[in-house]
Design a protein around this ligand. Structure first.
Ligand code: ASP
Length: 314
Protein backbone atom coordinates (compact mmCIF):
# COMPACT_ATOMS: atom_id res chain seq x y z
CA UNK A 1 0.00 0.00 0.00
CA UNK A 2 1.50 3.34 -1.03
CA UNK A 3 0.34 6.91 -0.65
CA UNK A 4 -2.39 8.18 -2.93
CA UNK A 5 -1.92 11.43 -4.83
CA UNK A 6 -3.72 13.54 -7.40
CA UNK A 7 -2.88 16.71 -9.33
CA UNK A 8 -4.88 18.48 -12.03
CA UNK A 9 -4.54 21.43 -14.39
CA UNK A 10 -7.00 23.52 -16.38
CA UNK A 11 -4.48 25.10 -18.74
CA UNK A 12 -1.77 27.76 -18.52
CA UNK A 13 -1.56 31.24 -20.01
CA UNK A 14 -1.22 34.97 -19.37
CA UNK A 15 -4.68 34.93 -17.78
CA UNK A 16 -5.02 38.68 -17.03
CA UNK A 17 -7.22 39.50 -14.02
CA UNK A 18 -9.69 41.42 -16.22
CA UNK A 19 -10.09 38.55 -18.71
CA UNK A 20 -12.68 36.98 -16.41
CA UNK A 21 -15.25 38.37 -13.97
CA UNK A 22 -14.76 37.70 -10.23
CA UNK A 23 -17.63 35.17 -10.52
CA UNK A 24 -15.82 33.38 -13.35
CA UNK A 25 -12.55 33.15 -11.39
CA UNK A 26 -14.53 31.84 -8.45
CA UNK A 27 -16.36 29.40 -10.71
CA UNK A 28 -13.13 28.12 -12.20
CA UNK A 29 -11.66 27.51 -8.74
CA UNK A 30 -14.89 25.83 -7.65
CA UNK A 31 -14.77 23.48 -10.64
CA UNK A 32 -11.10 22.68 -10.01
CA UNK A 33 -12.14 21.74 -6.47
CA UNK A 34 -14.96 19.57 -7.83
CA UNK A 35 -12.52 17.81 -10.17
CA UNK A 36 -10.17 17.09 -7.26
CA UNK A 37 -13.06 15.75 -5.19
CA UNK A 38 -14.24 13.48 -8.02
CA UNK A 39 -10.80 11.94 -8.50
CA UNK A 40 -9.80 11.83 -4.86
CA UNK A 41 -13.02 10.13 -3.68
CA UNK A 42 -12.20 7.20 -5.96
CA UNK A 43 -8.56 6.99 -4.84
CA UNK A 44 -9.56 7.20 -1.17
CA UNK A 45 -12.00 4.32 -1.63
CA UNK A 46 -9.17 2.20 -3.05
CA UNK A 47 -10.08 2.94 -6.68
CA UNK A 48 -7.59 2.93 -9.54
CA UNK A 49 -5.50 5.86 -10.76
CA UNK A 50 -6.93 5.42 -14.25
CA UNK A 51 -10.50 5.83 -12.93
CA UNK A 52 -9.44 8.84 -10.87
CA UNK A 53 -7.83 10.76 -13.76
CA UNK A 54 -10.81 10.04 -16.00
CA UNK A 55 -13.27 11.26 -13.34
CA UNK A 56 -11.30 14.45 -12.67
CA UNK A 57 -11.01 15.27 -16.37
CA UNK A 58 -14.74 14.66 -16.98
CA UNK A 59 -15.59 17.34 -14.39
CA UNK A 60 -13.36 19.86 -16.18
CA UNK A 61 -14.68 18.85 -19.63
CA UNK A 62 -18.19 19.59 -18.33
CA UNK A 63 -17.16 22.99 -16.94
CA UNK A 64 -17.48 26.05 -19.22
CA UNK A 65 -14.38 27.56 -17.59
CA UNK A 66 -11.83 25.31 -19.28
CA UNK A 67 -10.85 24.60 -22.87
CA UNK A 68 -12.12 21.03 -23.20
CA UNK A 69 -15.56 19.54 -23.85
CA UNK A 70 -18.20 22.20 -23.08
CA UNK A 71 -16.37 25.52 -23.50
CA UNK A 72 -13.69 24.21 -25.88
CA UNK A 73 -11.81 26.55 -28.22
CA UNK A 74 -12.93 27.09 -31.83
CA UNK A 75 -10.67 26.44 -34.81
CA UNK A 76 -10.17 28.73 -37.83
CA UNK A 77 -13.50 27.59 -39.30
CA UNK A 78 -15.41 28.20 -36.08
CA UNK A 79 -15.54 24.44 -35.46
CA UNK A 80 -14.71 22.52 -32.27
CA UNK A 81 -12.24 19.71 -32.87
CA UNK A 82 -11.57 17.88 -29.62
CA UNK A 83 -8.50 15.87 -28.64
CA UNK A 84 -8.05 13.65 -25.57
CA UNK A 85 -5.96 10.77 -24.27
CA UNK A 86 -5.48 8.56 -21.26
CA UNK A 87 -2.63 6.27 -20.21
CA UNK A 88 -2.34 3.55 -17.59
CA UNK A 89 1.14 3.49 -16.09
CA UNK A 90 0.67 -0.08 -14.85
CA UNK A 91 0.31 -1.62 -18.30
CA UNK A 92 1.40 1.21 -20.64
CA UNK A 93 -1.98 0.79 -22.30
CA UNK A 94 -3.30 4.02 -23.77
CA UNK A 95 -6.15 5.42 -25.80
CA UNK A 96 -6.42 8.69 -27.70
CA UNK A 97 -8.95 10.38 -29.91
CA UNK A 98 -8.44 13.49 -32.02
CA UNK A 99 -10.46 15.95 -34.09
CA UNK A 100 -13.75 14.77 -32.60
CA UNK A 101 -16.69 17.00 -33.50
CA UNK A 102 -19.27 15.48 -31.22
CA UNK A 103 -18.12 13.43 -28.23
CA UNK A 104 -19.46 15.04 -25.07
CA UNK A 105 -16.61 13.68 -22.93
CA UNK A 106 -13.64 12.91 -25.19
CA UNK A 107 -11.62 11.43 -22.31
CA UNK A 108 -14.28 8.73 -21.88
CA UNK A 109 -13.89 7.78 -25.54
CA UNK A 110 -10.11 7.62 -25.10
CA UNK A 111 -10.63 5.31 -22.11
CA UNK A 112 -12.99 3.03 -24.03
CA UNK A 113 -10.56 2.90 -26.95
CA UNK A 114 -7.80 1.91 -24.54
CA UNK A 115 -9.99 -0.88 -23.23
CA UNK A 116 -11.07 -1.91 -26.70
CA UNK A 117 -7.40 -2.42 -27.50
CA UNK A 118 -7.60 -2.55 -31.29
CA UNK A 119 -6.02 0.89 -31.65
CA UNK A 120 -4.28 3.49 -29.52
CA UNK A 121 -5.34 6.42 -31.73
CA UNK A 122 -8.61 7.08 -33.48
CA UNK A 123 -9.47 10.30 -35.28
CA UNK A 124 -12.25 12.41 -36.80
CA UNK A 125 -15.62 10.94 -37.81
CA UNK A 126 -14.44 7.40 -36.98
CA UNK A 127 -13.73 8.49 -33.40
CA UNK A 128 -17.19 10.03 -33.17
CA UNK A 129 -18.76 6.84 -34.51
CA UNK A 130 -16.70 4.69 -32.13
CA UNK A 131 -17.94 6.74 -29.15
CA UNK A 132 -21.54 6.58 -30.29
CA UNK A 133 -21.34 2.82 -30.87
CA UNK A 134 -19.97 2.43 -27.35
CA UNK A 135 -23.00 4.30 -26.04
CA UNK A 136 -21.30 7.55 -25.10
CA UNK A 137 -23.35 10.75 -25.44
CA UNK A 138 -22.64 12.76 -28.61
CA UNK A 139 -23.67 16.38 -28.97
CA UNK A 140 -24.26 19.00 -31.64
CA UNK A 141 -21.40 21.50 -32.00
CA UNK A 142 -23.52 24.11 -30.20
CA UNK A 143 -23.17 22.12 -26.96
CA UNK A 144 -19.44 22.88 -26.87
CA UNK A 145 -19.73 26.61 -27.74
CA UNK A 146 -19.66 29.41 -25.18
CA UNK A 147 -19.80 33.16 -25.88
CA UNK A 148 -16.29 33.47 -24.47
CA UNK A 149 -14.91 31.14 -27.16
CA UNK A 150 -16.80 32.97 -29.92
CA UNK A 151 -15.32 36.28 -28.69
CA UNK A 152 -11.85 34.72 -28.44
CA UNK A 153 -12.02 33.50 -32.04
CA UNK A 154 -13.08 36.94 -33.26
CA UNK A 155 -10.24 38.51 -31.25
CA UNK A 156 -7.70 36.07 -32.72
CA UNK A 157 -8.98 36.76 -36.26
CA UNK A 158 -8.56 40.50 -35.61
CA UNK A 159 -5.03 39.90 -34.28
CA UNK A 160 -4.21 37.78 -37.33
CA UNK A 161 -5.49 40.50 -39.71
CA UNK A 162 -3.58 43.24 -37.86
CA UNK A 163 -0.44 41.14 -37.43
CA UNK A 164 -0.61 41.50 -33.61
CA UNK A 165 -0.30 38.86 -30.88
CA UNK A 166 -3.35 37.69 -28.93
CA UNK A 167 -3.13 37.19 -25.20
CA UNK A 168 -2.27 33.65 -24.20
CA UNK A 169 -5.71 32.96 -22.81
CA UNK A 170 -7.30 33.85 -26.14
CA UNK A 171 -5.18 31.08 -27.62
CA UNK A 172 -4.68 28.32 -25.10
CA UNK A 173 -6.02 25.95 -22.51
CA UNK A 174 -6.35 22.25 -21.83
CA UNK A 175 -7.33 20.12 -18.87
CA UNK A 176 -5.45 17.19 -17.40
CA UNK A 177 -4.95 14.98 -14.38
CA UNK A 178 -2.31 12.66 -12.94
CA UNK A 179 -2.88 10.18 -10.13
CA UNK A 180 -1.17 7.58 -7.95
CA UNK A 181 -3.41 4.93 -6.44
CA UNK A 182 -3.08 2.85 -3.30
CA UNK A 183 -1.75 -0.09 -5.31
CA UNK A 184 1.14 2.11 -6.50
CA UNK A 185 -0.13 2.57 -10.05
CA UNK A 186 0.20 5.84 -11.96
CA UNK A 187 -2.09 7.24 -14.67
CA UNK A 188 -2.47 10.41 -16.72
CA UNK A 189 -5.23 11.94 -18.85
CA UNK A 190 -5.52 15.13 -20.91
CA UNK A 191 -8.35 16.73 -22.91
CA UNK A 192 -8.46 19.89 -25.02
CA UNK A 193 -10.08 21.96 -27.73
CA UNK A 194 -6.56 22.89 -28.87
CA UNK A 195 -5.88 26.60 -29.39
CA UNK A 196 -8.23 29.26 -30.69
CA UNK A 197 -8.08 29.74 -34.48
CA UNK A 198 -6.00 26.56 -34.94
CA UNK A 199 -5.88 25.19 -38.49
CA UNK A 200 -8.64 22.85 -39.63
CA UNK A 201 -7.56 19.27 -38.83
CA UNK A 202 -4.65 20.29 -36.63
CA UNK A 203 -3.91 17.79 -33.87
CA UNK A 204 -2.01 18.96 -30.80
CA UNK A 205 0.04 17.20 -28.16
CA UNK A 206 -2.77 16.32 -25.77
CA UNK A 207 -3.70 13.08 -27.56
CA UNK A 208 -0.08 12.23 -28.40
CA UNK A 209 1.12 9.60 -25.94
CA UNK A 210 4.60 10.56 -24.74
CA UNK A 211 4.11 14.25 -25.60
CA UNK A 212 1.14 15.78 -23.75
CA UNK A 213 0.27 12.65 -21.77
CA UNK A 214 2.46 9.93 -20.32
CA UNK A 215 2.43 7.52 -17.37
CA UNK A 216 4.77 4.76 -16.37
CA UNK A 217 4.64 2.93 -13.05
CA UNK A 218 7.72 3.39 -10.92
CA UNK A 219 8.67 6.58 -12.75
CA UNK A 220 6.07 9.34 -13.28
CA UNK A 221 2.77 10.52 -14.74
CA UNK A 222 2.60 13.76 -16.76
CA UNK A 223 -0.14 15.91 -18.34
CA UNK A 224 0.88 19.02 -20.25
CA UNK A 225 -0.58 22.33 -21.41
CA UNK A 226 0.85 24.88 -23.82
CA UNK A 227 1.77 25.16 -27.48
CA UNK A 228 1.35 21.53 -28.44
CA UNK A 229 3.72 21.55 -31.40
CA UNK A 230 6.64 22.03 -28.99
CA UNK A 231 5.40 19.37 -26.59
CA UNK A 232 5.39 16.99 -29.56
CA UNK A 233 8.86 18.01 -30.79
CA UNK A 234 10.37 17.66 -27.32
CA UNK A 235 8.26 14.54 -26.54
CA UNK A 236 7.80 16.20 -23.16
CA UNK A 237 6.07 13.49 -21.14
CA UNK A 238 8.42 10.73 -22.20
CA UNK A 239 11.45 13.02 -21.94
CA UNK A 240 10.62 13.72 -18.29
CA UNK A 241 10.24 9.99 -17.63
CA UNK A 242 13.55 9.30 -19.39
CA UNK A 243 15.47 11.90 -17.39
CA UNK A 244 14.04 10.46 -14.19
CA UNK A 245 14.70 6.83 -15.15
CA UNK A 246 18.11 7.18 -16.79
CA UNK A 247 19.60 10.37 -15.31
CA UNK A 248 18.01 9.73 -11.91
CA UNK A 249 16.64 13.28 -11.81
CA UNK A 250 13.87 13.97 -9.32
CA UNK A 251 10.48 15.11 -10.59
CA UNK A 252 11.09 18.79 -9.76
CA UNK A 253 14.39 18.86 -11.69
CA UNK A 254 13.10 16.92 -14.69
CA UNK A 255 9.91 18.98 -15.11
CA UNK A 256 11.69 22.28 -14.48
CA UNK A 257 14.27 21.31 -17.11
CA UNK A 258 11.61 20.92 -19.78
CA UNK A 259 9.33 23.84 -18.92
CA UNK A 260 11.82 26.49 -17.80
CA UNK A 261 14.92 25.55 -19.78
CA UNK A 262 14.08 23.61 -22.95
CA UNK A 263 10.69 25.15 -23.80
CA UNK A 264 11.11 28.64 -22.33
CA UNK A 265 13.48 29.98 -25.06
CA UNK A 266 10.77 29.28 -27.65
CA UNK A 267 8.63 31.89 -25.90
CA UNK A 268 5.62 29.67 -25.86
CA UNK A 269 3.40 29.28 -22.84
CA UNK A 270 3.95 25.87 -21.27
CA UNK A 271 3.04 24.09 -18.07
CA UNK A 272 2.25 20.64 -16.73
CA UNK A 273 1.29 18.62 -13.71
CA UNK A 274 3.30 15.53 -12.82
CA UNK A 275 3.62 12.97 -10.05
CA UNK A 276 6.47 10.65 -9.24
CA UNK A 277 6.06 7.08 -7.99
CA UNK A 278 5.95 8.30 -4.37
CA UNK A 279 3.23 10.82 -5.10
CA UNK A 280 5.46 13.92 -5.10
CA UNK A 281 3.72 16.63 -7.15
CA UNK A 282 5.35 19.03 -9.62
CA UNK A 283 3.32 21.75 -11.35
CA UNK A 284 5.72 24.11 -13.16
CA UNK A 285 4.57 26.71 -15.71
CA UNK A 286 6.40 29.50 -17.52
CA UNK A 287 3.36 31.77 -17.92
CA UNK A 288 1.88 34.16 -15.34
CA UNK A 289 -0.76 31.61 -14.40
CA UNK A 290 -1.97 28.04 -14.65
CA UNK A 291 -5.30 26.68 -13.42
CA UNK A 292 -4.26 23.84 -11.12
CA UNK A 293 -5.01 21.82 -8.04
CA UNK A 294 -3.51 19.04 -5.99
CA UNK A 295 -4.04 16.94 -2.89
CA UNK A 296 -1.23 16.55 -0.36
CA UNK A 297 -0.31 13.16 1.15
CA UNK A 298 -2.08 14.37 4.33
CA UNK A 299 -5.30 14.69 2.34
CA UNK A 300 -5.41 18.50 2.11
CA UNK A 301 -6.61 19.94 -1.21
CA UNK A 302 -5.49 23.18 -2.84
CA UNK A 303 -6.42 25.06 -6.02
CA UNK A 304 -4.72 28.04 -7.65
CA UNK A 305 -4.78 30.14 -10.80
CA UNK A 306 -1.83 32.48 -10.20
CA UNK A 307 0.51 32.64 -7.20
CA UNK A 308 -2.15 32.71 -4.52
CA UNK A 309 -3.12 29.22 -3.33
CA UNK A 310 -6.59 28.42 -1.90
CA UNK A 311 -7.35 25.45 0.32
CA UNK A 312 -10.59 23.69 -0.62
CA UNK A 313 -12.73 21.08 1.12
CA UNK A 314 -12.38 17.54 -0.09
N1 ASP B 1 -1.65 21.76 -25.58
C1 ASP B 1 -2.86 22.17 -26.22
C2 ASP B 1 -2.69 21.99 -27.71
O1 ASP B 1 -1.66 22.40 -28.23
C3 ASP B 1 -3.30 23.56 -25.96
C4 ASP B 1 -2.98 24.12 -24.62
O2 ASP B 1 -2.77 23.43 -23.66
O3 ASP B 1 -2.94 25.35 -24.50
O4 ASP B 1 -3.59 21.51 -28.34
Amino acid sequence: MTKIALAIHGGCGVMPENSMTPEEWEGARRDLGAALRAGYALLKAGGSAINAVEAAVVVMENSPHFNAGHGAALNENGVHELDASIMDGATLEAGAISASHAIRNPVKAARLLMEDGRAVYMTGPAADRFAEEKGLPVEPQSYFTTQKRVDALQAMKRHAAAGTEGTENEKHGTVGAVALDAAGHLAAATSTGGYTNKPDGRVGDSPVIGAGTYARDGVCAVSGTGKGEFFIRYVVGHEIASRMAYLKQDIATATDGLINHDLAPHQIGAGLVALDAEGVVAAPYNTPGMFRGWVTPEGKAFVATHEEVFEVEL
